[in-house]
Design a binder for this molecule. Structure first.
Ligand code: M6R
Length: 620
């Protein structure tokens, strides 16, 4: 959703805020803005579009107009109101004394807006957020809380409904920021003589590694010397201090032209690190404090809930878990889950998969599952985020920070983590013999090296993409576990290149989609391994022939040594031999390259920030 930053200290705060916003821009880039509290009160600058536009604005008005040692800043992913200068944050109150930044949704904003308008306050934006600035100014100017910044802030916070992170500054209290979180994220960074706030720790990682995680409904008051945590009723509360284990380099591009490209090349490490520590003494292990063996044994069904790429990783898990554990696995797009009234009970394992751990749809699905008595295991990449906090147990993926909005390394790490869960279930329930589990684990451990080989397709895919010409639409076909790969390939192309793309089970083609095939239409086909007992290989070769006969051009991904596909491929990209169930971890790689290359061919240079998207979607 939106990115939020704050700083109180002894240095000029503007450059610190701009740098922090640069690291938060992945959360939204519809607009950016800052408000500095200086000797002359509040000065703000904001502009629609990416951070570069705000920097231009600052250059126009001069940095000197934004002098001060306290700042709040925001990068926006628009919900209420279009991405315009007026709707950009910070919002300043009618008397010019209060500035606020907000992430989330104030659900009762219409009522609050009407109240403010009745009082003769003219709102300048279409946002829900602006109401908070005026309410705070009103509370500070009159009534019981007059002149008391903290009491006024608490008064306003208790009137707001919905999920939000809010930062408040007041011109009469230039050394203080009051911030609050309800469901949406906020981290505190503790420096020496300076304090930081950020939607995630990347906002201040350059300055301090000491951070504090706040509880679900928390208010924090910071000044340069420290912080105080409160509940919404003003009583004292505790945070959880921790040391950040990412370094700045991990959050930067490391020589690649985009975060996404860097993250694609980090995939061997992402999978290796995710697998690390989960095999000991010939057994698969989950983390300490995870589900017990007895709990794992007790489950008679699994529900997977997730969105986007995380959903595709879950679909791959369905094939693996049903095959290994012999219990039904249902997979549901998280936004549909609770509205469908799924049949859950205490013998149901709900696997909630999320890179960010913040996705509102997945979080609500988790909450619903828990009310129905199911046990929830989160697969998550972000320590301390909301989904693992509300789940019964968590298995962290170790992909490191993923900044590119399109998921790459987090997706592969999710597939690996889901397979760990599948093997732990098979082991607990005894549906696979120990030597079979050991064999699957050996195959998994070989995957990072094979991803390295799949990365060698970089130049070949780049050359192919240059020959594709103008593309109107592109189809992706797979069978079995190749189907989620097809969906993921199509999603990457839509996100990055803004081209219509669809993934289908190849067998479904003749039930309708084959009507889309026309001369020269590019069709990606993911071919299962010809080795083993599966008949899918010969079936998909027939599917390739069907589409070729109708003039399509085929981009075929097949394993080394599969000669049967050669006559039917216009372009043939090889991946290392692996059991078909492991193919999502390899065949996805050339499709990530393909989407990035076609995006650039189509003029989208900024593949890290595709239009209209945000890295974490914290509204339903
Ligand atoms: O943070 P999450 O894994 O919960 O995010 C889920 C989706 O929003 C995410 O995978 C999205 O589809 C990506 N942009 C895909 O590249």
């Amino acid at each position: 959703m939106c990115g939020i930053v704050g700083y109180v200290g002894q240095k000029q705060s503007l450059p610190i805020a701009v740098e922090a916003l640069r690291r938060m821009e992945y959360r939204g880039y519809d607009s950016a803005g800052v408000a500095v509290v200086g000797e002359n009160g509040i000065a703000s600058a904001k502009r629609a579009g990416k951070l570069a536009n705000l920097e231009d604005k600052i250059a126009e008005i001069g940095e000197g107009t934004l002098a001060g040692t306290t700042v709040i800043g925001h990068t926006r992913w628009a919900t209420h109101g279009r991405p315009t200068d007026e709707n950009a944050h910070p919002h300043v109150s009618f008397d010019g004394k209060v500035a606020i930044v907000h992430n989330g949704i104030i659900e009762n904003f219409a009522v609050l807006r009407e109240e403010l308008e009745r009082d003769g306050i003219e709102l300048k934006s279409e946002t829900d957020s602006e109401t908070a600035a005026h309410l705070l100014a009103k509370a500070y100017n009159d009534g019981d809380t007059a002149g008391d910044f903290r009491a006024s802030a608490l008064n306003v916070l208790n009137r707001l409904e919905g999920a939000f992170t809010l930062l408040f500054v007041h011109a009469n209290h230039p050394d203080q920021i009051i911030a609050a979180r309800r469901s949406t994220p906020l981290m505190v960074g503790v420096g020496e003589g300076e304090m930081f706030l950020g939607s995630d720790v990347a906002a201040f990682i350059e300055h301090t590694k000491q951070a504090v995680e706040l509880g679900h409904d928390s208010v924090v008051v910071i000044n340069k010397d420290g912080y105080e945590i409160l509940n919404f009723d003003g009583s004292g509360a505790e945070g959880k201090p921790f040391t950040i284990d990412w370094d700045l380099e991990a959050a930067e591009k490391g020589g690649y032209d985009s975060f996404m490209m860097k993250e694609i090349f980090e995939q061997p490490a992402a999978v290796r690190d995710t697998l690390a520590g989960h095999w000991a003494d010939g057994r698969v292990t989950l983390d300490e404090n995870s589900l017990t063996v007895d709990q794992l044994k007790s489950f008679n069904q699994v529900f997977v809930v997730a969105c986007g790429s995380a959903y595709h990783s879950g679909l791959a898990a369905k094939y693996a878990i049903e095959h290994w554990v012999r219990i039904p696995v249902q997979i549901e797009v998280a936004s549909e889950f609770r509205y469908r009234d799924p049949v859950l009970d205490e013998r149901t394992l709900v696997l909630a998969i999320s890179q960010s751990g913040e996705t509102a749809d997945t979080l609500e699905a988790v909450r619903h599952a828990k009310t129905q008595g199911a046990k929830v295991l989160a697969v998550c990449n972000t320590n301390g985020s909301q989904i693992p906090r509300e789940s019964d147990a968590v298995l962290y993926t170790h992909a490191g920070p993923e900044i590119g909005v399109a998921s790459t390394k987090a997706f592969l790490a999710q597939v690996a983590a889901n397979y760990i869960v599948g093997l732990a279930l098979a082991q607990a329930k005894g549906t696979k013999y120990p030597d079979e589990i050991a064999e699957i684990w050996r195959e998994l451990e070989a995957i990072p090296g094979k991803i390295e080989q799949a990365l060698d397709s970089r130049d070949q895919v780049n050359e192919i993409s240059e020959t594709l010409g103008a593309i109107k639409t592109m189809l992706f076909l797979g069978r079995g576990v190749g189907f989620p790969i097809a969906l993921e390939g199509a999603l990457k192309l839509k996100e990055l290149a803004y081209i219509h793309a669809e993934g289908f089970p190849a067998g479904e083609l003749k039930h309708g989609p084959i009507a889309l095939i026309e001369e020269d239409l590019p069709v990606v086909v993911i071919v299962p391994s010809p080795r083993g007992v599966s008949q899918l290989h010969s079936k998909i070769v027939s599917n390739i022939q069907e589409i070729r006969a109708r003039g399509a051009k085929t981009f075929v991904i097949a394993e080394e040594g599969d000669t049967a596909v050669e006559p039917y491929a216009n372009w043939l990209v090889r991946i290392p031999q692996t059991p078909t169930i492991m193919q999502p971890l390899l065949a996805t790689v050339p499709l990530q390259f393909l989407a990035a290359d076609i995006a650039r061919e189509n003029g989208n240079e900024d593949i890290d920030k595709p239009r209209n998207l945000a890295k974490s979607v914290t509204v339903e």
